[in-house]
Unconditional design. Structure first.
Length: 119
């Protein structure tokens, strides 16, 4: 077992022990996840590119870490409720993106894959 699997089991045990399954519908979890991503974004909302480039440390880093944890926890729980293996799906998505965004067409280029000139 790896750290991700250990964390996923812990998240599930936490929810089950509190009988929260009744509240953990895909809709509710997706909305909670969206809220947490919003909180993560809010931490950077009024920071300039220069401020961010200077480094993320101290209190800001602690707040960002807390929001990242919330996002990951809700994403894990959402995946559990929906029967999705997030690690397998992420690997599959990277594989698709490797084909969509070949290095020779995508390096230093922000164009969407549909806009790249594939041979």
């Amino acid at each position: 077992m790896n750290d991700f699997d250990d964390l996923a089991e812990r998240v599930e045990r936490f929810a089950v022990a509190r009988d929260w399954g009744q509240f953990h519908t895909p809709r509710n979890l997706a909305l909670a996840l969206t809220g947490e991503v919003g909180e993560l974004a809010a931490e950077l909302q009024w920071k300039s590119a220069t401020e961010i480039a200077a480094g993320i440390d101290g209190d800001l880093r602690a707040r960002l870490a807390d929001e990242v944890a919330d996002v990951l926890i809700y994403l894990i729980r959402f995946s559990q409720v929906c029967g999705i293996d997030p690690t397998a799906e992420a690997h599959a998505k990277v594989t698709r993106n490797e084909a969509r965004y070949p290095v020779e067409l995508s390096k230093n280029n922000t164009a969407k894959y549909t806009e790249l000139e594939h041979p």
